[in-house]
Design a protein. Structure first.
Length: 414
């Protein structure tokens, strides 16, 4: 155990020495500035040097060399992850994580997977936590992130189904789920999936028109994800989703789209106006129809009520006339002086009727026998006599059975 610790400390010291040498060579000083003419003084040093160099006393003084430039501050190298969602497509090497050195003891950070090779052959995959490796035999060959990451898809030209050239960019969200497949089934899985996403997007755009491209963006995203996922499963990568960010068209196409949208708005305006006018006309016609129906119903009810009133009046008048005639007939049958009274009454009514006709108008209608009023009175009296005879006939049958009944003959006694 002590031998192993001594070996580990020596390897750690050697690693630190190599790291310091690498930092030294990676931070070399910039080349010296070009020489300046003797007539001019030395250049003014930058303002970040302190204290500033004193100015030259005169032009004959020997030139002074500028102080050496300060090296930039050291920054630890970071692992190359992926392109920013807003940046262009990076080089293939930029999508590969840098591997750490094998110091025998390593700690895998959370969210990463390390693929270890022993003597050039796959050995195992390290998960987050503490792990021990054999120096010089084991090597961390690949480092993969198990977190979901966004990768930018740069702008690219495509032609729609209606022959319109568009430029589209997007962003794809992926996650490595199998480090072994992502390391050995393909070289640089993320870069190849991005290339496949670009070609798939071109082919899917060619199936849609420009209007459908704006309307069915979600359908296009789902189709691209479904196509990419078929190969991503073999490479140990899971494509979560794909989103189109911008769709750019030429100025001419944009102007035509604006004109089309304006024409569509005018069309909708005219349609809405015509529909409003049609609805208003229909409502007015319905209102007039209802008004006519209501007026007809009211007129019908008025005529019915008037007819009922006239019928009731006629019935009442006929009933009163019948009652009066009955009273007259009864009076004629009971009073012996009734004929003379009736003659006087008929004569009075005759004179009264001709008097009204003479007052009401200029035209006077006279009967055929106007020269003989006595005959008219006699005719009226004949009506009353007929009424008197009928009254007597109705009263006689009640007494006739009593008078007509013979006495019962007495049969002889035997």
């Amino acid at each position: 155990m002590s031998t192993f610790l001594q070996f580990h400390s020596k390897m750690r010291g050697a690693t630190r020495g190599v790291s310091s040498l690498m930092r030294h060579f990676s931070t070399q000083a910039p080349p010296p500035p070009p020489p300046f003419p003797p007539s001019q003084g030395p250049p003014v040093p930058p303002s970040n040097f302190w204290p500033p160099a004193p100015p030259a006393p005169n032009s004959n003084s020997p030139p002074m060399m500028p102080p050496p430039a300060m090296p930039p501050p050291y920054r630890a190298p970071t692992n190359a992850t992926h392109a920013s969602p807003k940046g262009p497509l990076l080089r293939p090497a930029d999508y590969i994580h840098k591997t750490p050195l094998n110091l025998g003891i390593c700690i895998v950070p959370q969210g990463e997977m390390w693929v270890v090779e022993r003597l050039g052959k796959y050995c195992r995959t390290l998960t987050p936590g503490f792990a021990i490796l054999i120096p010089f035999l084991d090597r961390v060959a690949y480092v993969h992130s198990s977190k979901e990451s966004a990768f930018s898809i740069p702008n690219q030209s495509a032609i729609t189904k209606d022959n319109v050239i568009v430029e589209i960019d997007g962003v794809m969200f992926m996650k490595i789920v199998d480090a072994y497949k992502a390391s050995y089934h393909i070289d640089n899985a993320i870069y190849n999936l991005i290339q496949m996403a670009m070609t798939t997007m071109r082919s899917e755009i060619g199936k849609l028109t420009l209007d459908a491209l704006f309307e069915e963006r979600s359908h296009l995203n789902a189709a691209i994800v479904a196509t990419i996922q078929q190969d991503a499963d073999e490479w140990g990568v899971q494509c979560k989703r794909y989103e189109i960010k911008d769709i750019l068209v030429s100025d001419l196409v944009r102007q035509s789209m604006d004109l089309q949208a304006e024409a569509e708005r005018r069309k909708r305006k005219h349609i809405l106006e015509s529909e409003g006018q049609m609805t208003a006309a229909r409502n007015m016609a319905e209102g007039q129809k209802m008004a006519v129906l209501l007026l007809a119903e009211a007129e019908r009810n008025r005529i019915l009520q008037q007819a009922r009133g006239e019928a009731d009046a006629l019935l009442l008048k006929a009933s009163a006339t019948a009652e009066a005639l009955h009273q007259v007939a009864t009076t004629i049958g009971q009073n012996a002086n009734s004929p003379e009274a009736m003659q006087l009454r008929v004569a009075e009514q005759y004179v009264e009727a001709f008097g009204r006709l003479a007052k009401e108008g200029n035209t006077l209608i006279l009967p055929a026998n106007v020269s003989d009023p006595t005959s008219m009175i006699a005719q009226a009296l004949g009506v009353y006599k007929t009424l008197d005879i009928s009254t007597k006939q109705h009263s006689e049958p009640s007494a006739a059975p009593q008078a007509a009944a013979p006495s019962d003959p007495q049969l002889p006694k035997g």
